[in-house]
Ligand binder design. Structure first.
Ligand SMILES: [Zn+2]
Length: 237
C-alpha cells in the first residue's frame, strides 16, 4: 500500500516535471530508459495529466475569485461605483495563439485570453478556444464516430473570432463572477474586440478603450519600416 502510494506520487511528480518542461510521454520514457528506471506508461501519463489539469483549474478558479474580491474592494474604496451600486474597474486585455501570426493572417488552431485588473495587476479571467482535436480529426479522416475521449474542442468559428468571443465572455461574466464592471480596457491596436463588447455586453455602450503603449510603439515602428521600404515609390509620387 505504502509502495503503491509512493509510486503514484513519483508518477505524478514525473508527469508534472515533464509537462512543466515541455516534454511529452515519449520524451519522459526516453529519460527514464536512460536512467534504467521503469517508465510511466502512456495510460498513466494521460490519466495523471488529466488529474493535474483538473487540480490546476480548481486552483486557478479559487485564485481568480480572491483576485476579483480584491479588485472589487479596491474599486469601492476608491469610489469607483456606478449609479446602480456596481463597482467598476479598468482592465488590461491580452490574447495568445498556438502559433505566431502577423497582421491579420490568423489561422491558429488554439488561442487563450487573459483579463487583468489594471489597479491590482492580478488576473480576473482566463479562457481558451480550441478548434482542433487529434482524436476527432483521426475519426473524421477514417469516417468513423470518434471514440469516447476527453475532447477539448470548443470552437468551430474563424481563428480571428476566438479573441472576440473570449473577451466578450470575460466581460459578460464580470458582473456574475466578481460583481464588477470593466468600463475601461487597455488593448492592443490590432485588437477588434471593442465593437463586439459594445454590441454583446449589457453595459457595452459605457466601455472605453485605451491603446496599449507597447503596441502603439510596435505598430508605429512597423509603419516606419513600411514607409522606408516604399520610399522609392513615395519619391516618385
Ligand atoms: Zn475530440
Amino acid at each position: 500500500m505504502v509502495e503503491k502510494k509512493l509510486t503514484e506520487n513519483l508518477n505524478t511528480k514525473a508527469v508534472l516535471a515533464a509537462i512543466s518542461s515541455g516534454m511529452g510521454q515519449f520524451q519522459l520514457e526516453e529519460v527514464f530508459r536512460l536512467m534504467d528506471l521503469p517508465a510511466v506508461s502512456q495510460k498513466i501519463f494521460k490519466r495523471t495529466e488529466r488529474l493535474l489539469g483538473q487540480k490546476w483549474k480548481e486552483d486557478l478558479d479559487n485564485v481568480i475569485q480572491v483576485n476579483g474580491k480584491e479588485a472589487q474592494d479596491l474599486a469601492i474604496s476608491d469610489g469607483r461605483i456606478s449609479e446602480d451600486g456596481i463597482p467598476y474597474t479598468r482592465v488590461i486585455l491580452d490574447a495568445g495563439w498556438d502559433k505566431r501570426t502577423k497582421g491579420h493572417d490568423y489561422n491558429a488552431k488554439a488561442g487563450y485570453a487573459i483579463i487583468f485588473d489594471y489597479y491590482t495587476q492580478k488576473v480576473l479571467f482566463v479562457s481558451s478556444r480550441n478548434k482542433f482535436c487529434y482524436i476527432c480529426s483521426c475519426a473524421r479522416t477514417k469516417k468513423v464516430p470518434p471514440p469516447d475521449h476527453f475532447c477539448y474542442l470548443n470552437w468551430n468559428g474563424s481563428s480571428s473570432g476566438m479573441e472576440q468571443d473570449m473577451m466578450v465572455e470575460g466581460f459578460v461574466l464580470s458582473t456574475l463572477i466578481h460583481r464588477l464592471r470593466y468600463l475601461e480596457f487597455i488593448g492592443d491596436g490590432d485588437s477588434s474586440v471593442h465593437q463586439p463588447l459594445i454590441e454583446r455586453v449589457t453595459y457595452g455602450k459605457q466601455i472605453v478603450k485605451h491603446e496599449c503603449s507597447n503596441h502603439v510603439t510596435k505598430n508605429f515602428t512597423g509603419d516606419l519600416y513600411s514607409l522606408a521600404k516604399n520610399k522609392n515609390q513615395l519619391s516618385k509620387s
